[in-house]
Design a protein around this ligand. Structure first.
Ligand SMILES: [Zn+2]
Length: 93
């Protein structure tokens, strides 16, 4: 499952889609709205894990999200520098 988001008519919609369906449409499983899919996962996890384990998992997920965010910021900074360099080269023409 991969997370996807699209915007339409001033709203943002997030959903999960089967990776095979996304890649080559070889699956007819319907998309699942994000809220519904995440609630199902959380419900299943809370039946398997106790409170301390859930807390630990939440911490791992938060760390992962923070790292992803840092990676995206580094990538954005790199692209800004590339853009600035390209603009410098264009201005010399
Ligand atoms: Zn599928």
């Amino acid at each position: 499952m991969t997370g996807n988001t699209y915007a339409a008519k001033g709203h943002t919609y997030s959903y999960y889609r089967c990776a095979r369906k996304k890649r080559n449409k070889q699956c007819d499983m319907p998309d699942i709205p994000r809220d519904q899919a995440e609630k199902m996962v959380l419900d299943a996890l809370s039946r398997i894990l106790d409170g301390a384990e859930l807390d630990r998992l939440a911490g791992l997920i938060a760390d992962y999200a923070a790292k992803q965010d840092a990676d995206r910021k580094a990538e954005a900074e790199y692209l800004r520098e590339e853009l600035a360099e390209a603009e410098r080269r264009i201005s010399k023409w």
